[in-house]
Ligand binder design. Sequence first.
Ligand code: NAD
Ligand code: 6OD
Length: 477
Amino acid sequence: MKVEHYVGGAFRADGEPFPIIDPVDGTEAGTAPEATREVVDEAVTAARGAMAGPWGAASPQERSAALRRIADGIEARFEEFVDAETADTGKPRELAATVDVPRAIGNFRAYADLLYGRAEQAYNTVVPGWSGSGNALNYTVRRPLGVVAIISPWNLPLLLLTWKVAPALAAGNAVVAKPSEETPSSATLLASVIHESGLPPGAFNLVHGHGAGAAGEFLTGNPGVDAIAFTGESATGAAIMRKAADHVTPVSFELGGKNPALVFADADFDAAVEGTVRSSFTHSGQICLCTERVYVQRPVFEAFVAALGERARALEGYGPMISAEHRDKVLSYYRLARDEGATVVAGGGVPAFGDRRDGGFHVQPTVLTGLPETSRAVREEIFGPVCHVAPFDTEDEAVRLANDSPYGLAATVWTRDLSVAHRVAPRVEAGIVWVNCWNLRDLRTPFGGVKASGIGREGGEHSLDFFSEPVNVCVQI
Ligand code: NAD
Ligand code: 6OD
């Protein structure tokens, strides 16, 4: 497919082409155009124009209907989206077909539903009351922020882009989106669906290109941008925050993690092992919610390590790292862990397939033990198919180990004891704690991270809160 920008309702491909690499075999699969500062500025101007036109005046019901048309448009081209997502990321087709693309549809429908059913109540609250100098009627309206910049990563390209685009449009904003330079294809298809859906020109714009010193930075530094919603690495979030400070631009950040799993001795053993296989190795560990630190209560520690190692060694059909650079980063952590004294229970290297995949960026699913909590492999986000397993004795120790991290995105707790689950979960410093499950999502619930894992919450009305501004109107009676 042809990867193009989408600005002011028109597709264009100006800018130096850069290669899109197939991570499965390392070959060049196509190119994408690198947006210049002028293209980015034009996209922001187009978005401002849309806010001044019919899109800015659209009612919540009209916006809801628009989101529904976009969801239907993705559904109608389901296989094309699966193809695009699979080609760019190298992830197993089944994953794209059961998670990424359905969730993109779900993201638009969730906000269409939320808007349609609750627009009036949620957006206009009437509070008759008393002010210092006399009777007054106060009411609050929510208005969109204006032009929202959305910058997204490569790991779940369509899911994470639409997770922000849907609520941003629902709240009545115009969007300029920049997907990851590694995975531009599904975003381009989305632009095509949005175009066909009849959304007014400029309400959604798409620019391609790199981040630092390029399209991403041109966008976050543009004074016409009223808010920035970003998903990606914590270090990138810090760089964007510095840029946003110039114009005091509000930010919503979903950042990195080093997520713990706490396995208590009374847990359903097989479910905890299977759950940890999923939470550590789905999409080869390239999901921000993946587990990289596993703490197991001592009576079942040895058995758990053996079972997890066996399952990791038996994994087949897993996808590659996104790029040669990322593969090298993950392998450097495998080496570092060894140097720091780790025991490698499973994996630790590069698989040999004897086919075209040997030119790609695969690494083996890896289970480590024996590292001190101070080691870099235990503290730093690796973002690959790897976890370190360590024992604990008491509930307090488990909580202390889980919280001893600069990150705080997600955690899992495995136990049959409801009292343990309810005592432990709220003490874990994370935006979401899953009990006896992982990545079970209700799109109305708050999603986000604490500490270096993010700023703010997305999901349901939490996203609508970020993407709109309450304005209080006070009428003296
Ligand atoms: P990244 O931070 O390298 O890139 C993300 C996006 O930011 C890309 O579009 C990139 O071009 C852009 N970018 C990079 N530097 C920029 C700059 N200076 N200014 C503006 N834009 C810039 O992240 P990645 O490697 O694409 O994704 C992996 C990371 O994302 C991991 O750390 C992972 O934990 C995190 N992540 C977090 C969540 C979450 O919900 N918390 C979800 C997915 C991924
Ligand atoms: O499920 C979600 O809504 C979400 N934001 C997932 C993030 C996954 C990170 O890679």
